[in-house]
Design a protein around this ligand. Sequence first.
Ligand code: ZN
Length: 387
Amino acid sequence: MQPACMALPSLPQMMHQLIAAPSISSVSAQWDQSNRGVVEVLSGWCRDAGFTVEILDVPGCPGKYNLIASAGSGPEGLVLSGHTDTVPYDEGQWTTDPFRLQEKDHRWYGLGTADMKGFFAIVLEAIRELDLGTLTQPLVLLATADEESSMCGARSLMDVQRTLGRHAVIGEPTGLKPIRMHKGIAMEAIRVSGTSGHSSNPELGNNALEGMHRLITELLRWRAELQAQHRNPLFEVEVPTVNLGHIHGGDNPNRICAQCELHIDIRPLPGMSLDQVREDMDRRLGASLAGSGLVMERVPLFEGLPAMETERDALIVKTLEQLTNSQAGAVAFGTEAPFLNAMGMDTVILGPGSIDQAHQPDEFLGMDQLEPAMRIIRDLVKRFCLA
Ligand SMILES: [Zn+2]
């Protein structure tokens, strides 16, 4: 086999090319782009490095692709996973070009340096000298589509229960600290429908705003109960949250309000299933309107993301705790980890850079993170794929 080190560009060149290939994903069509460019660049390097590369269409998401690069065989295996897309950027707020890698003050600036196209370049650099022919268990690089919007890339792999490996690391920016938990996210629209009429006679209609008042009262009571029942001290906010984020109802003071709509955000803790949370909420809120003649409807604003927890004593957790000399914790952001775990992997989130710089103008990756990140990746490969 040709040594991989001959064929791959240098780390800064790989970083430069990944940042230069725009791959914004967004629920707004005006921003949304294909991730084809990033996937093509990555697939070329992975092939040159000796991996078998598959590029998979994501069903229902035209122009979006997952990439699976694999080497070696066996029942265990290590999956190094990241997303190929970035969030949109604030036009005019960047002091550098978001699509041109720029080095300044020992930092690499560019959209996706930390979150998280940079991770792929670092992985490839870390294994540059590795002879893939010596692997005793599989090493898989997974690059997904649309993590920042619908997560359709990872969801599609889960839907077909694609077998990838036993242990997984998602290289989201955690400052190289291992993370084994995050909360779930659900965003729901709750609509109350009544009947309009002249304000002078309440008998002429059925007031949806007054129904919403009852409903919100019940919602806050339910939230208090949830927070009394569920607590996890590994999280900065230890309890599940329910945020009232948006409300609109009615049109005129002299008309009985016929429609009122509330949008809420729910963040359940690990151990709370999204389905169960939604079911409980429907039952409670439905009961609060009993006998009113008002109609309630709840519509998810997106599919929702389950909470994620990987067992404290999973081998990948233990190994990364040992390698980083820190205890695996929890974060406030969501990832594709629940989908990877649902495919039979034990997943830890750990990557270079800080989430504080993600989704911000002048996103950067501190170059002091490069060597430590590569050392961790090499140690993982040694333990999980060469043992
Ligand atoms: Zn990310």
